[in-house]
Design a protein around this ligand. Structure first.
Ligand code: ADP
Ligand code: MG
Length: 410
């Protein structure tokens, strides 16, 4: 098996790129108009921001710029409008949130580019922040249209990318504009890369990786990468049933991806003792609240049932590895944590991670939701805002939004 360092040498990813990105800290921003790509893609209902986590995570960069006398012009996408204005996805709820919580004036514009925006920016007294309209109201955003990027770039003197969660997308506000303006990483971007790199390059050992979630097909590459760097890989979630079926166990109606049995079997073979699967699971007849369920040993899985969580003995076993770990990376819930009866595995693992003194990084939309639901987000080392982006980073893929940012000057 190739080592992670080999892969880096072969250019799967440029070694160490990440932590060496030029940062907003390296620049004199005073008096500059700074276009800041943030990830304000938050859930909105009835004109209200329902979860402000992503906005909160960009506040350090915004405050940093304000304290140093820069003029931040914020841009983000929100939801999936189809390249045209759609009131449902307007940034107004975010503007209201900022007005209430930022403590400075917020000038919200109804466009992201064009003469009206230029005029408004000319008239702007430079107090507080400007919030541009949803970048995905423009077809040029997802197409990385050079003209759209040029229009955006003309609004500012400097570009700050603080949207790690979108770094895997080669969009105009991520890539196009970064090529046209002096570009630097924001504080959140910096922090995300620093933590992921801490895990991937020379991690303190033992390094324990935990992978769960629904589809093994989503995460085969991640598992492969982690097998190269981690000392132990704990597998839970629905995906463990594809592993069990590959090993010849009964899996009933559990979520198994038959197409990937061969590849899963190959991974088991290559991983040797590194890969640790559950010894017991929670089985139920259907995926529903209040369905009777039972804990069964993996080799005694009942044919008519589906496996919906890891069992208590597995939690104990996994917790042992976690307690000894010096570095932890976790992606994917251990079971259907959305239903209380099947959330104990995820909770047990989360508590073990919180208790361990290890450097820990949690990535993945649902994993982070699970940790928050349990109220453990402040006890776990680093919570990545990048779902897909953090996984692609761990896979060793080059993220367009990271790639495009220039290296620190030596
Ligand atoms: P993340 O967003 O953290 O990367 P995924 O999207 O891969 O995680 O998976 C999360 C989903 O997996 C959750 O909705 C959870 O209910 C589901 N899941 C976990 N274990 C099982 C299981 N045994 N059977 C069915 N679904 C599961
Ligand atoms: Mg998910």
């Amino acid at each position: 098996m190739r080592t992670y360092e080999d892969r880096l040498r072969n250019g799967v990813r440029n070694a160490g790129d990440a932590v060496n990105k030029r940062s907003v800290r390296d620049f004199d921003v005073r008096g500059k108009k700074v276009l800041v790509r943030v990830d304000f893609n938050v859930p909105v209902k009835n004109g209200r921001v329902m979860d402000d986590t992503r906005i909160m995570r960009t506040l350090p960069t915004i405050h940093y710029l304000l304290q140093r006398g820069a003029r931040p012009i914020l841009i983000s996408h929100l939801g999936r409008p189809k390249g045209a204005p759609d009131l449902e996805y307007a940034m107004d709820p975010v503007a209201r949130w900022l007005e209430k919580n930022l403590g400075v004036p917020v000038l919200k514009l109804d466009k992201a580019v064009g003469p009206e925006v230029e005029k408004a920016l000319d008239k702007w007294d430079g107090e507080g922040v400007v919030l541009l309209e949803n970048s995905r109201f423009y077809p040029g955003e997802t197409k990385n249209d050079p003209e759209f990027a040029a229009q955006l770039a003309s609004l500012a003197d400097l570009y700050v990318d603080d949207a790690f969660g979108v770094a895997h997308r080669a969009h105009a506000t991520i890539v196009g504009v970064a090529k046209l303006l002096p570009a630097v990483a924001g504080l959140l971007m910096d922090e995300e890369l620093e933590h992921l790199d801490k895990v991937l390059h020379n991690p303190k050992r033992p390094f324990v990786a935990i992978v769960g979630g629904s589809k093994v097909s989503d995460k085969l590459r991640v598992i492969e990468s982690l097998l190269e760097v981690a000392d132990t890989l704990l597998i839970g979630g629905a995906m463990c049933f594809t592993f069990f079926k590959a090993e010849g166990f009964e899996t009933g109606s559990s979520l198994v991806e038959d197409k990937y049995l061969e590849e899963t079997a190959r991974l088991i073979g290559e991983a040797g003792g590194k890969l640790v699967l559950p010894v017991d699971v929670v089985a139920a007849e259907k995926l529903e609240e209040n369905t009777p369920s039972q804990v069964v040993r993996v080799e005694e899985f009942p044919a008519g049932s589906m496996g919906l969580d890891i069992g208590p003995q597995t939690v104990e076993k996994f917790s042992g590895y976690i307690a000894d770990a010096k570095t932890i990376f976790w992606n994917g819930p251990m079971g259907v944590f959305e239903i209380d009866a099947f959330s104990e595995g995820t909770e047990g693992v989360a508590r073990a991670v919180a208790k361990s003194g290890a450097v820990s990084v949690v990535g993945g939309g649902d994993s982070v939701a699970a940790v928050r639901k349990l109220g453990l987000e402040n006890y776990i080392g680093f919570i990545s805002t990048g779902g897909g982006a953090s996984l692609e980073y761990v896979e060793g893929k080059e993220l367009p939004g990271v790639e495009v940012l220039p290296e620190k000057e030596a």
